[in-house]
Structures are given as C-alpha cells and as structure tokens.
Write a protein that binds this ligand. Sequence first.
Ligand SMILES: *[C@@H]1O[C@H](CO)[C@@H](O)[C@H](O)[C@H]1NC(C)=O
Ligand SMILES: *[C@@H]1O[C@H](CO)[C@@H](O)[C@H](O)[C@H]1NC(C)=O
Ligand SMILES: *[C@@H]1O[C@H](CO)[C@@H](O)[C@H](O)[C@H]1NC(C)=O
Length: 249
Amino acid sequence: MRIFHGSFVSRLLCLFVSLCVISLVYVYVVNEQKLSGFRRTTYRTYRITHKNVTKTDHDLLPTQLERESCVPMQQVLFLKTHKTGSSTMANIFFRYGDSRNLTFVLGPGTLLGWPNKFRIAFPLRFFSKAPNILCSHARFNKQPMNWLFPKETSKYVTILRNPVDNFESVFNFAHLGKSFGLGDNLDSLEKFLTKELPFNQLQHAGKIKGGVMSYLARNPMLFDLGLSFKYYQNLTAVNEYIQFLDNEF
Ligand SMILES: *[C@@H]1O[C@H](CO)[C@@H](O)[C@H](O)[C@H]1NC(C)=O
Ligand SMILES: *[C@@H]1O[C@H](CO)[C@@H](O)[C@H](O)[C@H]1NC(C)=O
Ligand SMILES: *[C@@H]1O[C@H](CO)[C@@H](O)[C@H](O)[C@H]1NC(C)=O
C-alpha cells in the first residue's frame, strides 16, 4: 500500500513537473514571437501598404515594447493657428479632457487674450490643480506658457498649413478685403495682392481698420506663433524665429 501510494504521488509529481516545463517553454516561445516575429509581420504589412516607407522610416516606428509602455501626456498646450483646422482639433481636445475630468486653461470667451501675446493674467482662475490642456486661441509667448506648461512634462502642439492656402482662407474669413476698402467680393484678394499696400498700413491694420482680425493681414501663422510685426521684413530674424519655434514644439 505504501509503495503504491508512494509511486502514485511521484507519478503525480512527475506529471506536474512536466506540465510546468511545457507551460514555461510555451510562454517563452510566445513571448519571443511577440517581441520579434509578430512585430516584423506588422511592419511588413505596413511596408506593403505604404510603398514609399524607407528603411529609415521603418526604424522610426515604435517597437512593440515602446507601444505597450506608452502613457498619455498629462499636460498639452495646443497653440491654435487661424484657418488651419485648429478648431476641429481643439474640439477633440475639449472632448478628450472633458471625458477625463482634466483641467483646462479657459478665457472668458473663445479667446485667451488674442491678439495680445499670452499672459498669465488672461485665463480665468483655476484652482488646486495644474492645468492639463490649453487649446483656446492664445498668441504664443514662451515664458508664461512654459510656466504653466513646463517643457519636461508637457507636449506643445500646433498646426501649420500651406501658407498660400492659409492666407486665402484667412483673407475670406476675416473679411480683410472690406477692412482695406477693397470690397468683400471674389476679386478683393486679387486687388489686395496687386495694390501693394504700404507695410506700415498693414502693421497697424488691427488698430486702425477696426476688428482685430486685421492683424492677420500678413504672415497669419507667424502672428499666432508670436513673432512681432517689426521682424516681418527681416529674413534673418524670421529664420531665427522659425528655428526657435522648432525647439519649442
Ligand atoms: C512615392 O515614390 C514615387 C517614386 O519614388 C514618387 O513618384 C511618389 O510621388 C511617392 N509618393 C509619395 C506619396 O510620396
Ligand atoms: C469625473 O467626475 C465625475 C463627477 O465628479 C465622476 O462621476 C466621474 O467618474 C469622473 N470621471 C473620470 C473619468 O474620472
Ligand atoms: C534683423 O534681425 C537680426 C537678428 O534678430 C538682427 O541682428 C538685425 O539687427 C535685424 N536687422 C534689422 C535691419 O533690423
């Protein structure tokens, strides 16, 4: 009886150990596939559907591990530019933040002090928490924005559009033809471009033509991104500013 009992237990033990070994081998093999094989397959599919993806692009794609360890950013500054689709994006940010009880930097209306450069005093007061998202119209200003959205913990996002398409859209949206006495018709953009209004007149357009939208009469995207009018004619300054923005976003 003892012998039978003993051999039964050892058989059970043997079976158990074998099962363990098999499970371990299985888990190991599956993991290996996940880390290498499966990933490669995904990339191969990607390459087939996007024929122009080069080897360099392939290296840039996130690895499986990176994708698994991806965590949402807690702070996002979305710098809105006019007529680039930024309101659509802002809507997505608002819905995302709202569904997760995140804190927004909000102004009394849709603007956050625009066309003035952003200042801490512009938003309505927010209590207790650091803000999570700014996605209302605010003109870029590094210092106060970095203070609210520290570079280490925040993501800075904006949208750039083909400047020609952008200008055409801004011109119609802001009724710039009317502001400059060129009528509000289909040909007012052409009139504007051929009339060569003096630079000074454009510079003060926002003040003298009524309606702040006239500030967008030149370089609308750079205006939103904070470049001062006095540098608009200075190619060196413009290039330096673009470099600067490249580091900020
Ligand atoms: C893909 O590459 C081909 C040939 O090099 C080129 O003609 C085509 O414009 C490229 N398409 C895109 C979307 O870049
Ligand atoms: C957001 O806040 C509301 C009210 O306090 C709560 O019922 C809800 O569960 C919260 N949602 C999330 C995603 O935390
Ligand atoms: C143009 O910008 C550069 C760099 O900001 C500056 O050094 C230079 O003095 C400016 N030139 C003029 C004519 O304002």
